[in-house]
Design a protein around this ligand. Structure first.
Ligand SMILES: *Cc1c(COP(=O)(O)O)cnc(C)c1O
Length: 401
């Protein structure tokens, strides 16, 4: 998919529009698979919350992934996309017992991260295998030091509570078939990841009937030139050696699982907007696009950097712009960015728009959510229609006053 294809898509489907390149998703999938090629029983579960369109999920299924889900609605999407429930893992946080019960009835793998829910579930369904989410209290991310995460994190069962966890398992006679961690951040430092893995391996020895160990995700991708990303190949080499050693110790074959979201889809995505107006102030030229944080919230929410370029003038000379939205609040996509000279009506492209972009969009200012397009087999396929005004008004009830 090249810029000419993107222009054609913009003309055909209108703006704003999200476009995903299936070739990029596939190459990222293969990269991860190849990094762990010496492990025959590797499970890659796509984290649905990153990009939850059912056509994307179907494409993942075609590649051979499973799914990582965090709500009963995501589970339902996965089932509609045709996934075998056994290939779906459900890792909720702070949901009701009722929801866990309902998901469990679909045959999906349950992952519990709370001792009280574990005890309730084990008492009622001792025969349903359950995975447990452990919090190793390791903080990764921008800081390369190995630091012990806050004990007060709301995620996972603290490693310090393993004795209680074991007591619950003994008392209820429940079957623990998996052990899981997900530290959550953009992991750059492989040693930090390996350090956390070590904690997981050690704790895995407490459970005799594991079928898989799940290392979650948090792999960092590149957002701009020169950006560092997780060195998956190096991680693959090092973790493979360590995993094989674990298997020897453990005495039984278990699967190795990952749950990448961002790694699989971030770079596949392009968000196309059109420039409504240019506005010059004393110090700045603003390019105002037909979108805002209602469609694309990461720059405002996480302060994340997304490259922006002018699809209508890719060879133009560069000038400095602030690219902002149309929401009646400050919604700056990029400040002081060097972009090929912009005219009103030009199409601007935001990169890395595959993960946590559409899936976090909303209807603020009563605006409509954009369309989504998948580039597949050298063709642009519409995978979500642009919302209509009816979608805004649909669930509202007008009372007589
Ligand atoms: C969000 C999430 C992921 C995916 O994280 P990425 O940083 O997008 O790879 C994986 N596992 C769990 C449990 C999650 O909540």
């Amino acid at each position: 998919m090249n810029n000419k294809d993107l222009l054609t898509i913009s003309k055909k489907f209108g703006n704003p529009v999200y476009v995903y390149d299936s070739n990029k998703i596939e190459s990222q999938f293969l990269r991860l698979k190849n990094a762990f090629s010496k492990i025959s029983n590797l499970r890659i579960h796509f984290a649905v919350k990153a990009l939850s369109n059912i056509s994307i999920l179907k494409f993942m299924k075609k590649l051979g992934t499973g799914l990582d889900t965090v709500s009963i609605q995501e589970v339902k999407l996965g089932l509609i996309a045709g996934f075998d429930p056994k290939k779906i893992i459900y890792t909720p946080n702070g949901v009701s017992f009722d929801e866990i019960e309902k998901v469990s009835k679909t045959g999906v793998q349950i992952n519990i991260d709370n001792l009280s829910l574990l005890e309730q579930f084990g008492s009622k369904y001792p025969n349903t295998p359950v995975c447990v989410r452990i919090n190793p209290h390791v903080m990764a991310g921008g800081n390369s030091n190995i630091s012990v995460g806050h004990i007060d994190s709301k995620f996972g069962i603290s490693i310090h509570q393993i004795p209680h966890l074991k007591r619950i398992v003994e008392n209820t006679k429940m079957h623990i078939n998996g052990i899981h961690m997900h530290t959550g951040s953009d992991i750059l430092d492989i040693d930090v990841f390996l350090y956390a893995s070590e904690i997981l391996f050690n704790n895995a020895m407490n459970f005799k009937n594991l079928e898989f160990i799940d290392f979650g995700s948090g792999f960092k991708v590149s957002y701009k030139k020169g950006d560092k990303e997780t060195n998956i190949e190096e991680l693959g080499e090092k973790l493979t050696i360590r995993f094989k050693k674990f298997i020897k110790n453990y005495g039984k074959k278990v699967d190795l699982a990952f749950e990448p979201g961002k790694f699989l889809v971030s770079e596949s995505g392009y968000f196309l907007t059109s420039v409504n107006s240019l506005k010059q102030t004393t110090s700045t030229i603003f390019a105002q696009v037909d979108s805002g944080f209602n469609h694309f919230i990461r720059p405002m929410f996480y302060n994340s950097f997304h490259e922006i370029y002018n699809l209508s003038n890719t060879q133009g000379k560069k000038r400095f712009y602030s690219v902002v939205g149309y929401i009646c609040e400050t919604d700056t996509f990029g400040n002081n960015r060097e972009i090929e000279e912009i005219s009103e009506g030009d199409i601007l492209v935001f990169k890395n728009a595959g993960a946590y972009c559409f899936s976090m969009s909303n209807n603020y200012n009563s605006r409509l959510k954009p369309a989504e397009v998948l580039w597949y087999n050298n063709e642009a396929k519409l995978i979500r229609e642009r919302e209509r005004f009816e979608d805004i008004i649909n669930n509202q009830i007008e009372i007589s006053l």
